[in-house]
Write a protein that binds this ligand. Structure first.
Ligand code: HAM
Length: 415
């Protein structure tokens, strides 16, 4: 036998045992985007290198360090590291700016970045995303965030944090950049190599450096004062405030993170990320924002745009974790006789359930429930006296009390 050839570092086979979840993610994407008026677009996996240099930006890590670039017939080609630039190219090439706005497109497929592989970070990975063209108003930004959340909720992912920020427009950002450079300059010699390189080319990127010694410097009061200042101009501030109002109206919880700058150069005004606490250091499942100059920079007519992309491997690991481990129900009660009866009833009805056999305190039982189950079924004195049961959704942290005879139907529906 010859040498065994293995899969390349940072790439993975998607195996038959995993394909069902991939189909599920793809099917839900088709459903959610179609319902919201988006059409699917499929662009080529390689494009002219120049598209990404001009589109993503030649000061970014993606373009400088991470592209898979090769030559064929004296043309420089690159495997797409992301899909916004490719979709914008297609938008211009097919004259989609002549269609009535908004033009709403979605996509899914493999992307390629030569990064250091680690959990949640691969060299070939998949994204599902959307791009919306033609709307300048913050309604489009709110819709993009709302569609992202809707998709995640449809997958059953609810425990997520939305972070937003406004990078302002090129004009107000310039003033911010020069102020930032001014206060950081005295520490230039102490910064890491990446930050030293970015200092002139792309000072905003200093803010999301992960090196501890840099983070300590940026935490200094005089630097924080600049970072936390409201540098954006009146129009940009109004755009951002309206977006926040729409999100409030939609009941979407978010935090404003002034350090959120994103790793691609094309953004202006709104940027956002959706993060999960269950993913370790690579915790962003979704990243996006507004890019009003990109269509023009790539040779098309002035067209505002906003979009996002999600890492499907990261979604996959969240879904896999959810799918395998948890019981449907954990009974929380100090009345052992009632508990044993209920457990038998649940299991007889095909509902996975467990309980505490050692009569621990109520709060301890609830803590255990949160670790091992999706729902805590609470049987306290009141519930037993009234023949009711309280159900706590441990993923959403909501609670309701229902009659005991409604329990079976309730659990069958959410099993
Ligand atoms: P991005 O933040 O570079 O944005 O990537 C979006 C998402 O793709 C990330 O939040 C992450 O979930 C996933 N991702 C990125 N790199 C990797 C990797 N090496 N391995 C696994 N997952 C990864 C963009 O790509 C923009 N095009 C998003 C956008 C669309 N902005 C406007 N429209």
């Amino acid at each position: 036998m010859g040498n065994i050839i293995k899969v390349q570092k940072g790439t993975k086979d998607i195996l038959p045992s995993e394909i069902e979840l991939w189909h599920f993610m793809e099917q839900k994407a088709l459903e959610v985007f179609t319902y919201a008026g988006y059409s699917e677009i499929r662009t080529p996996i390689f494009e002219a290198t120049e598209l990404f240099a001009r589109g993503v930006g030649d000061t970014t890590d993606i373009v400088n360090k991470e592209m898979y670039t090769f030559e064929k017939s004296e043309r420089s080609l690159t495997l797409r590291p992301e899909n916004t630039a490719g979709v914008v190219r297609a938008f211009i090439e097919h004259g989609m700016h002549r269609l009535s706005a908004p033009v709403k497109l979605w996509y899914k497929g493999p992307m390629f970045r030569y990064e250091r592989p680690q959990a949640g970070r691969q060299r070939q990975f998949h994204q599902v995303g959307m791009e919306m063209f033609g709307i300048e108003q913050p309604t489009a930004d709110a819709e993009a965030i709302a569609v992202a959340i809707r998709y995640l909720n449809m997958l059953g992912l609810n425990d997520l944090d939305v972070e937003i920020n406004s990078l302002g427009c090129p004009e107000c950002r310039e003033t911010f950049k020069s102020k930032l450079k001014e206060v950081i300059k005295p520490y230039l010699g102490e910064l890491c190599e990446d930050c030293q390189n970015r200092f002139d080319k792309n000072p905003l990127r200093l803010l999301d450096c992960k090196v501890d010694s840099c983070k300590e410097i940026y935490a200094k009061p005089e630097i924080q004062e600049v970072i936390q200042s409201d540098f954006i101009c009146k129009d940009c501030a109004e755009h951002f405030d309206t977006l926040k109002m729409y999100l409030d109206n939609l009941g979407i919880n978010y935090t404003v993170n002034k350090l959120l700058v994103r790793g691609l150069d094309y953004y202006n005004r709104t940027v956002f990320e959706i993060k999960s606490n269950n993913l370790g250091s690579q915790n962003a499942v979704c990243g996006g924002g507004r890019y009003d100059s990109l269509v023009r920079n790539l040779g098309g007519p002035d067209t505002p745009a906003v979009g996002f992309a999600m890492g499907m491997e990261r979604l996959f690991s969240l879904l896999e974790e959810k799918q395998n481990n948890k019981l449907t129900a954990y009974v929380v009660s100090t009345n052992i006789e009632e508990t044993i009866k209920l457990i038998a009833e649940l299991r007889n009805n095909g509902i996975s359930a467990d309980f505490d056999m050692t009569s621990k305190k109520f709060t301890k039982q609830l803590e255990k429930a949160a670790k091992v189950a999706n729902f805590a079924l609470i049987l306290g004195e009141d519930e037993i006296a009234n023949n009711t049961i309280s159900i706590k959704d441990l993923n959403k942290s909501t609670q309701q009390t229902i009659n005991r005879n409604e329990l079976k139907t309730f659990l069958q529906n959410i099993k």
